[in-house]
Design a protein around this ligand. Sequence first.
Ligand code: NDP
Ligand code: 8X3
Length: 252
Amino acid sequence: MKKTVLITGATSGIGYSCAEKFAEQGHRLILTGRREERLNEIATSLKEKYGVDVLSLVFDVRQKEAVELAVQSLSDTWSDIDVLINNAGLAVGLSTIQEGDTDDWERMIDTNVKGLLYISRAVLPLMVKRKKGHVVNIGSIAGKEVYPNGGVYCATKHAVDALTKGIRIDTVHHGIKVTQIAPGAVETEFSMVRFKGDKEKADAVYKGYEPLHPENIADVVYFVTDLPSNVNINDLVIMPTAQASATVFHKE
Ligand code: NDP
Ligand code: 8X3
C-alpha cells in the first residue's frame, strides 16, 4: 500500500536517505527543510527517478507558526500522513557547560526538542482522527549516554527518548505506532554543523573505522515502518560495528 511519508530535515544525511528509500519503494513524500533550493532539487530528482509524488515544504522547525501553517496548508490528498519521520536536528559546538555558548544551546534545544514537539503537535491530530499512523523519532546514542562536552546535545536527545515514550503512551489508544531509532556515529553533514564548518575536525570524527552510512539508517527506518499492523518497535539502538558505546571505538 502506498503511504504518505513526511520527513523533516530531508535536505541531507539521514533525512535525505530516508526520502530516497521510501521513494524507491513507491511511497509519496512530503519533504521539509530550510534550504529551499536543495529541497526542490531533491524533490525533482526523486520524482524523475522513481515516478513518485513529492511535495516540498520549506520551514524552520523552530518557528511554531510556520510549522502549523505548513501542516494546515496540506490539501486533503496530502494530509493523510501515514508516517512522520522526526529527523531534523543538530549538535552545535562541543564544550563543557561552564564554558558553553548559550546561543548554541538554544539552537539545539529549539531544534531537537521544541521543533520535534511542534511538528508532532501539528501532525498527531491528523493521525488520531484516522486512527492510524506511525511516528519515527531519530534519537541518538547521545539520548542513552552522556559524553564529555556533549551535555546539552545529550540532554536534547534524552528528551527525544522521553518524548518517544510519552507519545507512545499518549497515542496507544488511537492505533498509532511510535518508534525511536537511536544511532551511533553516522557520516553526514552532522559534524560539519557541530564544528561550524571546520572540515578537518569534522572529518576526524569518522577516521580509522567505518561509521554508519545514512542509507543504513534509512533501511532500518523503512524496516520498522513495514512490519505487520500488530507489531511496534518501540526503541532501536544501531551502532557501527566498530563503536561499542558513545565513547568506545575500535580505530585502526
Ligand atoms: P545532517 O546535518 O546531514 O542533516 C540534518 C537535517 O536537519 C538537514 O536536512 C537540515 O536541513 C535539518 N535541519 C536542521 N535544523 C533544522 C531546522 N531548524 N529546521 C528544519 N530543518 C532543520 O545530519 P544528520 O542526517 O546526521 O542528522 C539527522 C538527525 O540524526 C538529527 O536529529 C541528528 O541529531 C541525528 N543523529 C545523527 C547522528 C550522526 O552521527 N550523524 C547519530 C545519531 C543521531 P536544513 O539545513 O536544510 O534545514
Ligand atoms: C550523534 C552521535 O555520538 O556524536 O547523535 O552524539 S554523537
